[in-house]
Ligand binder design. Structure first.
Ligand code: G6P
Length: 608
């Protein structure tokens, strides 16, 4: 969702800011804008659409000044127009604000300011905040921002500049991340490390309720109530290379293809084959509580929820802990029951999804032990959980999650095995699973080799507007995730279901030639899946099967087959999703769609 970049230092701010917001494009946005300060003058450009439209709007004009702010907006209040794009200004046009989040009481503030004669141009909550800061400004930007935020309810990450205070950026956060990159005589503030890493890896993370005032000479941090806060300098844990395309046409295919290495990194140091042990250092302090857990609740959104569903199967099957999976958006408002011995695990690639964060806070307030399975190091969820495990799959830029999903499922597998061994799995059983797990990266590599065949199948069904994805047991979540991938980036209607459920309604949808994907890998429910295939086939559906290498029977009954190597059943989701990721990717490319920036979607959903 929305992205913020701000700069103060000795270099010209414009190119830095534009390049910075381009690094945040992947998060999803529909308009962009920039403001720079030069000799007491504020210059602003805003444009609906892509950043390239903003660049066209400022083409030929050099925006001077070594201090400025920029923004990519994902519309919430008001359509994605030039006027609604950020930055927004105060009435005098001296103060400019970029804002992520939502000011919930903006109507009341709007009325308050209107009654005092102020007028508004846009439909945004952010303009109300900018006007309020200007209304309260008495020659000290930091004070005015603090005073305004005292009146504002909701969530925000903001960066503010003022023509009367050149070189100064005031930043504040509540619920929307902000990171300050520390350079030599320069600072770059951003809502995401991707906009910073090119310049420095030394950063501080603002916490909720904190503000920073930054000039080229240094910065100071306080709480919103003006109590000084000392911040630790952290290191950004990824490189520029990792967030660049490296010869691939899209981030999504890059991330699909790098899954063998990503998974090897995720497992590194966590499997001790010599002693048949799983080592999850981040959970060390809480292993006893976990072993004694009476119930595990997993809460997440989107793809992470699908990973959580695999986690339910794994934790119940391998560790015998009663487990439920909850959509974070439901969990947070449902007054969930948290009893003694309940452990809540939240899963999030970004570590910033607002509903997942709220679910975590709900669980924590009710006394649960909270664990986070998160990819982005230093993100809010990672910092607010009692303990956790980083996925370590590297930055994920493609909006449609691929390698993070595999990382999530892998960490859940490790967790289930770690608990399983302490509860009831024997050493030889654990050994077998660990051996199988250590082979997974190479088996993924083999599966990826079928990319061209999968592309051909995507071509065959390129006109199909309705797809079904069916699976049972461990691969029911794979069906859901396969369908989600296709709809996210191809805008094709795709529904994922437990295979047996089709008889209770969806089978009515099946017509001649409709593509139906069936995950039919070898396992306890194989024969039942074969029966489901026959049911679909006899109604004219075209079967695209995901099956285990060497399965001859399936070749005879399916129209198309994608093969995955043989593994133990609980690990099958790690392989069977790979062809479905590739299928979605090729389908979107064949339709000429913007794979990495699908319409209406955001990488990190920071509003409810
Ligand atoms: C958005 C993304 C999805 C992601 C979901 C949860 O909807 O587009 O790909 O699965 O948010 O994100 P998280 O960062 O919490 O895993």
């Amino acid at each position: 969702m929305c992205g913020i970049v701000a700069y103060t230092g000795f270099r010209r701010a414009q190119p830095l800011l534009i390049e910075g917001i381009k690094r945040l494009e992947y998060r999803g946005y529909d308009s962009a804008g920039i403001a720079t300060l030069n000799g007491g003058k504020l210059t602003i450009h805003k444009s609906a659409g892509r950043i390239s439209a903003l660049e066209t709007a400022i083409a030929g004009q050099t925006l001077h000044g070594t201090c400025g702010i920029a923004h990519t907006r994902w519309a919430t209040h008001g359509a994605p127009t030039d006027v609604n794009a950020h930055p927004h200004t105060d009435t005098a046009g001296r103060i400019a604000v970029v804002h992520n989040g939502i000011i919930e009481n903006y109507r009341a503030l709007h009325t308050f300011l209107s009654q005092r004669g102020l007028s508004f141009e846009s439909d945004t909550d952010t303009e109300v905040l900018a006007k309020l800061i200007g209304f309260l400004y008495k020659g000290d930007l930091e004070k005015a921002v603090r005073a305004a935020l005292r009146e504002a309810r909701g969530t925000y990450g903001i960066a503010v500049i003022c023509a009367d205070e050149p070189d100064r950026v005031v930043a504040a956060r509540k619920g929307s991340p902000l990171i300050i990159g520390i350079g030599d005589g320069e600072f770059i503030v951003a809502s995401d490390g991707a906009a910073i890493v090119q310049h420095t890896t030394q950063v501080i993370y603002l916490s909720d309720g904190e503000m920073a005032t930054i000039t080229p000479d240094g910065f100071h941090t306080t709480t919103l109530d003006d109590v000084p806060v000392t911040k630790e300098v952290d290191e950004l844990e990824f490189s520029l290379e990792e967030i660049e395309l490296g010869g691939h046409s899209h981030f999504m295919i890059k991330e699909i293809m790098e899954q063998p290495e990503a998974l090897a990194n995720c497992m590194r140091g966590r499997i001790d084959m010599s002693e048949d042990r799983v080592v999850l250092g981040g959970l060390a302090k809480y292993v006893r509580d976990l072993v004694r857990a009476k119930r595990i609740i997993i809460s997440a959104c989107g793809t992470a929820w699908h990973a959580g569903l695999v986690g339910e199967y794994l934790l119940e099957d391998l560790a015998h802990v009663p487990t439920e999976v909850e959509y974070a958006s439901e969990f947070r408002y449902r007054n969930p029951i948290i009893e003694d011995g309940t452990v809540v695990i939240v899963i999030s690639q970004s570590g910033e999804t607002i509903d997942t964060l709220a679910a975590l806070r709900e669980a924590r307030d009710k006394g649960a032990l909270t664990l986070g399975l998160v990819n982005v190091v230093g993100s809010t969820i990672a910092r607010e959980t009692d303990a956790g495990v980083y996925l370590h799959v590297g930055p994920e830029i493609g909006v449609a999650s691929t390698k993070a999903y595999l990382g999530q499922v892998t960490v859940l597998t490790l967790l289930a095995l770690m608990l399983g061994r302490r509860r009831h799995l024997s050493q030889p059983q654990l050994h077998e699973y660990l051996l199988a797990l250590s082979k997974i990266p190479d088996q993924i590599r083999d599966t990826l080799n079928q990319s061209d065949d999968i592309r051909r199948v995507a071509e065959t069904y390129r006109e199909a507007e309705n797809w079904l994805f069916l699976g049972r047991g461990y691969n029911y979540p794979t069906a859901l995730e396969g369908a989600l991938k296709l709809k996210e980036i191809s805008y094709v209607h795709a529904e994922g279901l437990p295979a047996a459920e089709i008889k209770h309604g969806p089978i009515a949808l099946i017509s001649d030639g409709m593509p139906v994907v069936l995950i039919a890998t070898q396992g306890s429910q194989y024969e039942k899946v074969i029966s489901n295939i026959q049911e679909v086939k006899s109604r004219g559906g075209h079967i695209i099967a995901v099956a285990t290498e060497g399965d001859r029977q399936i070749r005879e009954i399916a129209n198309e087959v994608f093969f995955v190597p043989r593994t133990v059943e609980p690990l099958s989701p790690l392989l069977s999703i790979i062809p479905l990721q590739l299928l979605a990717y090729h389908a979107a490319v064949l339709r000429g769609l913007d794979v990495d920036k699908p319409r209406n979607l955001a990488k990190s959903v920071t509003v409810e």
